[in-house]
Design a protein around this ligand. Structure first.
Ligand code: NDP
Length: 241
């Protein structure tokens, strides 16, 4: 049997597509997210799949779910740290709780997942951690201050963890997508920030990434031999500025 793939934020968007892509290729797959009904819907036609309701900011919950899947399918060979939130707003008036939630989910969630799988990967000298960042991890956007901070953080921590573990043959990869149609904008509470974002998308001709294109790229990155680490891929609609 192929090795275990763990995907956070698998209940919608990129994570759901990444889960489908790996499972369809025969990988036992652990789907993590908070909404069990949505996870079960994604998993309904899959074999060798486990669904666990997990908040990635809760280390213990996260670790228990991974260990449960590993007891059934063997050690994790790929962790996709994909769970994330983008709560747009201007620093002048955004609720600070939104900054906290984004930093906890987008940064601490990634660190939690990494530590949970890393020691076994180092012992086996095999394994891949793939973090989903964003173009907003490389350049700034108005109304995105805390989100940009979190994704610049993902870029920085990914490269640091890669350097720390390259000698143990553990790969740390990062994909930085541009705008895509998912549930990401559903949680934005600032109407003006949301309007600005939609106007920006329209200014690029309204063409954004399809989550399936991101999933296909993730699969390509992982399918390289363990000795080859595609450290970073930036992928965006051609018309995105
Ligand atoms: P979605 O909102 O569709 O998916 C986000 C996923 O993260 C959901 O499955 C959600 O599941 C999960 N999630 C959020 N918070 C938590 C948490 N605390 N614990 C566990 N799971 C959580 O958006 P996308 O698919 O677009 O987002 C996926 C990643 O891609 C994010 O990191 C995002 O920043 C990044 N990204 C998205 C872009 C876009 O334009 N869409 C562009 C660039 C990067 P649940 O609610 O069930 O917990």
């Amino acid at each position: 049997m192929k090795k275990l793939v763990v995907i956070t934020g698998a209940s919608s968007g990129f994570g759901a597509e990444i889960a489908k892509t790996f499972n369809a290729d025969g990988y036992p797959t652990l789907l993590l997210g908070r909404r069990t009904d949505k996870l079960e819907e994604v998993a309904k036609d899959m074999d060798n799949v486990m669904v666990e309701s997990v908040d990635v900011t809760n280390y213990e919950q996260f670790e228990n779910a991974v260990r449960k899947a590993e007891a059934k399918y063997g050690k994790t060979d790929l962790l996709v740290n994909n769970a994330g939130l983008m709560l747009l707003g201007n620093v002048q008036n955004q609720n600070p709780q939104e900054w906290q939630t984004m930093l906890d989910t987008n940064v601490i969630g990634v660190l939690n997942g990494t530590q949970i799988v890393l020691n076994d990967m180092r012992d086996r000298e095999h394994g891949t951690i793939l973090n989903v960042s964003s173009i907003a991890g490389r350049k700034t956007f108005v109304n995105h201050a805390a989100y940009v901070a979190s994704k610049f953080g993902v870029h920085g921590l990914s490269e640091t963890i890669r350097e720390e573990n390259s000698g143990k043959n553990v790969r740390v990869m990062m994909i930085a997508p541009g705008a895509a149609e998912t549930e990401l904008l559903n949680h934005v509470t600032s109407k003006s920030a949301l309007d600005d974002y939609r106007a920006w998308e329209e200014s690029m001709g309204g063409v954004v990434l399809d989550p399936e294109q991101v999933a296909r790229t993730v699969k390509f990155m992982y399918d390289m031999p363990q000795e080859v680490n595609i450290r970073e891929v930036d992928i965006a609609a051609t018309r995105q500025d």
